[in-house]
Design a protein around this ligand. Structure first.
Ligand SMILES: [Zn+2]
Length: 131
């Protein structure tokens, strides 16, 4: 199964790159501001969020993991609890989080192990490594 993890590879290809997530930490969509543009100051529409550190990165890559989908989903849901989201008290919030996890897994299937990626709004695309 393919998942997204943080990487510092290709950081600096865009002037507004940043990476506050340790390498190889799984990343997910965070909650994005409504009025933010992709290259806006906040950065929430061009980054994914580390599931343990809860900070963001504009660069991430595909890793093929032997982890089961069920274990992965449970870990991701736990990370939302750890971040303080009241997902067990709020069914709607729980399903938003759950669907985001499913979405990110289905997007990850379109890429190959080791691909370096970036986010542009709701779009995830590959970056070229510079030699
Ligand atoms: Zn934002």
């Amino acid at each position: 199964m393919n998942i997204f993890v943080s990487t510092k590879e290709t950081q600096g290809h865009r002037k507004n790159d940043f990476c506050f997530v340790p390498d190889n930490e799984p990343v997910l969509f965070g909650f994005a501001c409504d009025c933010e543009s992709v290259d806006g100051k906040c950065g929430c529409k061009r980054s994914l969020v580390g599931v343990y550190c809860h900070t963001a990165t504009t660069t991430f890559k595909i890793v093929n993991t032997p982890m089961s989908k069920r274990d992965y989903v449970e870990r991701m849901i736990q990370s939302s609890r750890d971040a303080g989201w009241p997902i067990d008290k709020n069914k709607e919030l729980y399903s938003v989080v759950y669907e985001d996890i499913q979405e990110i897994l289905s997007i990850a299937e379109f890429f190959n192990d080791g691909d370096i990626l970036e986010r542009r709004g709701r779009k995830i695309q590959t970056r070229q490594r510079r030699s």
